[in-house]
Design a protein around this ligand. Sequence first.
Ligand code: HEC
Length: 161
Amino acid sequence: MPLRARRLAAILSLSVLGFGLMGDLAVRAEDAKPAAAASDDDDKPYKIIDGKIDFGTFNGYRRFGDNCARCHGETADGSSFAPSLVDRLKTFGYDHFTEVVINGKTENVGGVQYVMPSFGNNPDVAENIDDIYAWVKGRSDGAIKPGRPDHLDKADPRNNK
Ligand code: HEC
């Protein structure tokens, strides 16, 4: 086969594979919908009311900015120091998140050690970990935009609904 044709054949078979995968994923997403829709709302650790996030989640945004942003970026999208939490929170939930933040973790990527410090002895983090999780989860879900969010007042009763 001439080189050109061979390359075309390779591209074609790749895109066939790609479409096959996409079809598969689409079907699986359809299958998952009814169950996910019911539980998703209950599971959300943040509230968004009239475009404003609840005060606890806003507190999480501020604590994240103070303690995590220097490595994970102001938007939680990651930096050269640490991975994107927007991405990683698509693969694990609250339990793993809190475990890692309290105890820390190291990762070896191609011989380079990346260190996630432990925050178990840092009350600013440990006592606000649910709020921090809520904000990062909202970022990961695409529900909370980057930057300083509009938020409900601390005294607003809708925070606790
Ligand atoms: C000194 C830099 C640094 C700071 C500050 C930091 N992290 Fe990390 N974090 C890392 C690195 C590096 C990793 C990747 C290490 C790994 O996955 O083993 C990581 C990984 C994580 C993970 C994912 C672990 C996994 O299993 O994928 C979570 C969740 C996390 N950090 C949350 C936080 C939170 C919340 C804060 C603030 C309270 C924070 N980090 C502050 C460097 C940092």
